[in-house]
Design a protein around this ligand. Structure first.
Ligand code: FAD
Length: 302
């Protein structure tokens, strides 16, 4: 057992130099949420992430807050920050103006998305008559404005609106061919889904990084609901592990940490070297995952 542990630690240490971790946050809506947001940012920033990103609310509802948070993260922590952007309910000119705003604020990373209709995830998407019709068009528009590092979304279980695998992978290829640098995946809980997706993408000639989006389960109830809405499935073994833990936060947290640790160590063994962690603006599980990936804060206070 000791030997196995020592070997595992050594493997992590050996892989450490090439490892890249990014963290995703969402713009806080209230003062209390803002406090937790900054607390998490300040705890995770010393881990030297590749970048952190801040999402863009439905219908552009968080435009100002996204820009404010991203700019402040960059100036306060020195960490590179990416602003998400969607094309929902806006003309091309309006979206381009947001891109120029990012550019003027010194933000050179964008996570470019189509977004979902205001009626909710899974409802048919109708582009604005003068807007970008999808993420691939948005990437092209951003590229025309400046030399941004652009990430796009990928779906190991297929986007719910993709009729088949071929169109899903074709769509990812269009986004990368339009000028995106990398893809970041939707959350997934079966590594096999991700590894098969990777194979499909590589077989289609896609060479860009497809970074796994890791969702630590701070609340199984909440994450399961969210996963259901965005087309990510919850395997039966995962529901079993969290069954009956709604009222037992300590055991829930320990199980969540073990589940996330298993997921990333398995991916490390498969040769994965980049991870995008969905923090939900909470630091504890993200911190423990980063530790498992061999990261220590630069200041050494943890
Ligand atoms: P696209 O890649 O444009 O397309 C999605 C689907 O539409 C395709 O799979 C295909 O079925 C269809 N489609 C697109 N183009 C064509 C075409 N030319 N012909 C035929 N069919 C087509 N949402 C937010 O609102 N804010 C965020 O900040 C945000 N961040 C995210 C970050 C990540 C890493 C991920 C994975 C998702 C994020 N989302 C966010 C959710 C995202 O907006 C939704 O999943 C949305 O439904 C699809 O966006 P997309 O960029 O993948 O769309």
């Amino acid at each position: 057992m000791l030997d196995d542990n020592a070997r595992a630690s050594r493997q992590v240490a050996e892989k450490r130099p090439q490892l890249q971790i990014s963290f995703e946050f969402f713009p806080p809506k209230t003062d209390a949420m803002e406090e937790r947001f900054w607390d998490s940012v300040h705890k995770l920033a010393p881990l030297n992430p590749h970048f952190v990103s801040v999402t863009y609310g439905a219908g552009g509802s968080t435009r100002e807050r996204t820009l404010r948070m991203v700019s402040r993260i960059k100036s306060e922590t020195g960490v590179d920050a990416a602003a998400h952007l969607t094309c929902v309910g806006a003309t091309r000119d309006e979206v381009d103006a947001v891109v120029r705003g990012y550019q003027e604020a010194g933000i050179n990373r964008i996570v470019a998305l189509r977004g979902d209709p205001p009626e909710g995830v899974g409802q048919p998407f109708t582009p604005h008559p003068e807007g970008y019709r999808n993420a691939a068009e948005l990437v092209g528009g951003i590229r025309r404005i400046g030399d941004f590092d652009i990430s796009v979304a990928a779906y190991p279980e297929r986007h719910p609106q993709s009729p088949d695998w071929q169109s899903d992978i074709d769509n990812l290829k269009r986004k990368l061919d339009a000028g995106a640098t990398r893809a970041i995946t939707q959350m997934f809980f079966s590594n096999t889904d991700y590894l098969r997706y990777l194979e499909r993408a590589r077989a289609a000639g896609i060479t860009a990084p497809i970074v796994p989006g890791i969702q630590p389960i701070h609340s199984f109830k909440q994450i399961a609901g969210f996963a259901g809405r965005c087309g990510a499935s919850i395997p039966a073994w995962l529901s079993d592990r969290f069954e009956g833990l709604d009222e037992d936060p300590e055991t829930h947290a320990l199980v969540a940490s073990a589940v996330a640790a298993e997921q990333v160590t398995e991916l490390l063994d498969e040769g994965v070297t980049e991870f995008h962690i969905y923090t939900m603006n909470r630091s504890p599980l993200a911190l423990s995952l980063a530790r498992i990936l061999g990261r220590r804060p630069a200041t050494g206070e943890h």
